[in-house]
Design a protein around this ligand. Structure first.
Ligand SMILES: C[S@@+](CC[C@H](N)C(=O)[O-])C[C@H]1O[C@@H](n2cnc3c(N)ncnc32)[C@H](O)[C@@H]1O
Length: 205
């Protein structure tokens, strides 16, 4: 890990993820989490204030980036839900099979290197009646935007911590053995190559 990735990127990620439009998505999604929750790539803990203290028993947050994990740890101390943070990536989830009620992933699946493996792991730890709440930016439906997403992707990945612009999460989530029971896919405000949002709920098939 170079100095940019260690010190500058975590600050940029936190800044980008703190924008109001992301916050609105968090507010609409996270109150639906309940029971034992697994958050994939918890980042600086921006979702933590939106969980229901009545509904959520425990949160496990995966975060490989040390600086972001430290920030999440500070936020975790301010809420009344027990939070355990892990250094593991989603490709190797340190939890028992079928032990989780809700998986949360917000703006993270774009950055996971071995996404197929990560989704397989997420499917493994989720209970048969569990849910995955997701909100991700990804591949736009229009070909003229996709062309730009594919062109920009190699450069963007380098400066944005491995973030891909061109992942079609509807297809990828379904291919991993989930059924999408609610999907709200639309552009947020902002440049179209970066702002097509896949928000929804998936259940194991
Ligand atoms: C854009 S940030 C989003 C952070 C947070 N989910 C949010 O909504 O603010 C992407 C996050 O994914 C994390 N990440 C990258 N690769 C990962 C992996 N293999 N497993 C889990 N998290 C990963 C990064 O460290 C970073 O915290």
């Amino acid at each position: 890990m170079n100095l940019y990735q260690k010190y500058i990127l975590p600050e940029l990620i936190q800044l980008a993820c703190s924008n109001n439009r992301f916050t609105e998505k968090r507010q609409s999604l996270l109150p639906q989490a309940s029971g034992r929750v697994l958050e994939i790539g918890i980042g600086s803990g921006l979702n933590l204030p939106f969980y229901s203290e009545e509904q959520v028993e425990h949160i496990t947050g995966l975060e490989p980036n040390e600086r972001l994990r430290q920030k999440a740890s500070a936020v975790a101390k301010e809420i009344n839900i027990a939070v355990a943070l892990s250094t593991n990536g989603a490709e190797d989830i340190p939890l028992d099979t079928q032990s989780i009620d809700t998986i949360v992933t917000t703006f993270t699946l774009c950055s996971i290197d071995k996404l197929e493996k990560a989704l397989e792991e997420m499917r493994r730890v989720l209970k048969p009646n569990g849910v995955m709440l997701f909100c991700e930016h990804g591949y736009a439906p229009e070909q003229n935007i996709q062309i730009w997403q594919n062109r920009l992707n190699p450069f963007w990945k380098k400066i944005a911590g491995g973030c891909h612009l061109n992942r079609d999460f509807d297809t990828l989530i379904k291919q991993a053995g989930f059924t999408i029971t609610q999907g709200d896919y639309q552009y947020m405000q902002g440049p179209r190559a970066f702002s097509y949002i896949y928000k929804g709920i998936a259940k194991p098939r």
